[in-house]
Design a protein around this ligand. Sequence first.
Ligand code: APR
Length: 232
Amino acid sequence: MASAKLVILTGAGISAESGLSTFRDAGGIWAQHAVEDVATPDGFARDPDLVHWFYNARRQAAADVSPNAAHHALARLEREHKGEVVIITQNVDALHEAAGSALVIHMHGALSGALCATCDYRWPAPLAMHTNDPCPACAAPTARPDVVWFGETPYQMEAIWSHLEEADIFAAIGTSGNVYPAAAFAQHAGRAGAHTVELNLEASANVRDFAELRHGPAGVTVPPWVDELLNQ
Ligand code: APR
């Protein structure tokens, strides 16, 4: 399996040990904010100030933290493994890139991006965005964070399904398995022939879709898993 194709889905749990909150754990982000207020197009239309405030806080939090042992192990895997290593992340932080991973698909967008809701132009987001910030391309006062909200289609899905179908090994790290389409990736990759591994603090909602389970904090479980892959 020296040249195996490895496809790795990551979620909020991989960034937890860096100090970023997860969504659905006790005290997580969705215990403190209503999804429909801050993470939907309707919420943004109703109260853009609140949505910008929410993402500005998250952008600031993400700017203040560093990658942990799990991010570093995945970057090392990409550097040292002979086959392709693709990271598909649901996270909007940039911790995989900060650790040195190059092939990272941000299926739920990124805090580092701004998007014009009128003309779809994209540009780098400032640390704080504000309601009525003008689009640099069309000047419409409709700048929004370039993150995928509930009810919107995640990015690069065609490429993602292809990667899943080509995977020899599919791993999901730090994701609760509650949000589709990401929650369907293990089943999709497994049916296409991949060996499927869950590395999560605890059993996820779709634990039955995985052939191998490694439960515990990502900073503890991911580095030895990477060592094993590189020594195979
Ligand atoms: N190591 C590994 N896993 C962890 C750790 C840790 N240190 N800490 C928490 N976890 C696990 C939790 O047990 C949980 O199963 O990470 C998972 C985090 O789940 P969620 O909070 O639901 O995050 P995620 O799966 O990434 O959410 C998916 O939901 O709201 C949306 O767009 C948002 O991308 C996000 C999507």
